[in-house]
Write a protein that binds this ligand. Sequence first.
Ligand code: ATP
Ligand code: MG
Length: 396
Amino acid sequence: MTELLLVKYAEIHLKGLNRPYFQKLLLKRIKETVRPFALNVEFFDSRIFIRGVQDIEAVIERVRKVFGVHAVCAAVEMNKADFGAICTAAAGMMTGLAGTFKVRARRADKRYFIDSPEINTRIGAVILEKNPALVVDVHQPEHVINVEIRDQALLYTREVPGVGGLPSGSSGKAMLMLSGGIDSPVAGYMIAKRGVVLNAVHFFSFPYTGELAREKVLSLARALSEYCGVIKTYIVSFTKLQEAIHVHCPPEYSTLVMRRLMVRITDFLAEREKATALITGESIGQVASQTMEALAVTDRMASRPVFRPLIGFDKIEIIRLAEKIGTYETSSLPYEDCCTVFTPRHPVTRPKLSKVLEAEAAIPELDAMVAVAVETAELLYIGPDKEEDALSGETA
Ligand code: ATP
Ligand code: MG
């Protein structure tokens, strides 16, 4: 009897002919995520098996977070030929439990000598005999023991839900505009969950924003990378542009010009990265730069779609999601973001495009400054294991 983890995958089941492609990506991601544990990971018969696990809890916690994983089960595997031993093992796994239970058999090997209902009945009988504190309830059982008959017999009672979604890399690539706030990491999570590889772009205004603000953004990228793998992260020096905006643009337009320049630079980086879309954490009406009119004016700077998965969410809903995915605490650390440093008192909420263009035209050498910002962007590879950052470039 060997202990192992059995990984069930999520939506990949719905895929047709290209299912192997999704399976391969998921397998690659799971191998990546358990790399520090040096385990044997293999795909077989529509399940992924992880063998040689010592620290079960730590490995489950990592694997359940991989996009594409439906559930992680802590199982034992046995020779399916010895049905008596399977019954005994099943009864052993139910020792000490009381209340209702059911056996859920799945006979993937259709040549097995008895069918699923028969497996349920026979194992159920042995469990009842060995543990009188249990009664069968097939509709709403408190305890379920799963028995899968495949190449071998797999028994498990514990099934930890995974995060679902599609494996990273199955849906192309997008540039996440990652601030230090609550919203953008959640937005990145939602798009990455659909199989999109994230590259992050952060605008940094040293010395107005300091080293701690930068570290905060990198921790957020690291938290996201637990779900989707290494995130190629650009840190764009934004100081000169922000100072120029501050000096040359009417204050009520400065936030909008700043947002447009961020989008413009991110769009250039998207071109370089062959990314298909941009992602932001905006939602309608959250702040002045997120009215529909302001968003429309900002969008004109992008030559590809700007995804805003939080567009219809209230702040409270976003916070709940941030807590769930584990970014809220870091996002709430009180370091200044470059947006807050230069925030005007009365930003326009219904901007006119002509006025925005006029404000931008007043900035000398704007195109050259944008080009320098793109060219001098610092590039980092951020993965779940800090020490691996420098090594992980090829997987981004
Ligand atoms: P968040 O909570 O994500 O920081 P916010 O409430 O601060 O958002 P804004 O400052 O208007 O809202 O920013 C809107 C979006 O623009 C952010 O969700 C993010 O995608 C992007 N953004 C803002 N500041 C930066 C930055 N310094 N670097 C990269 N992207 C940014
Ligand atoms: Mg926000």
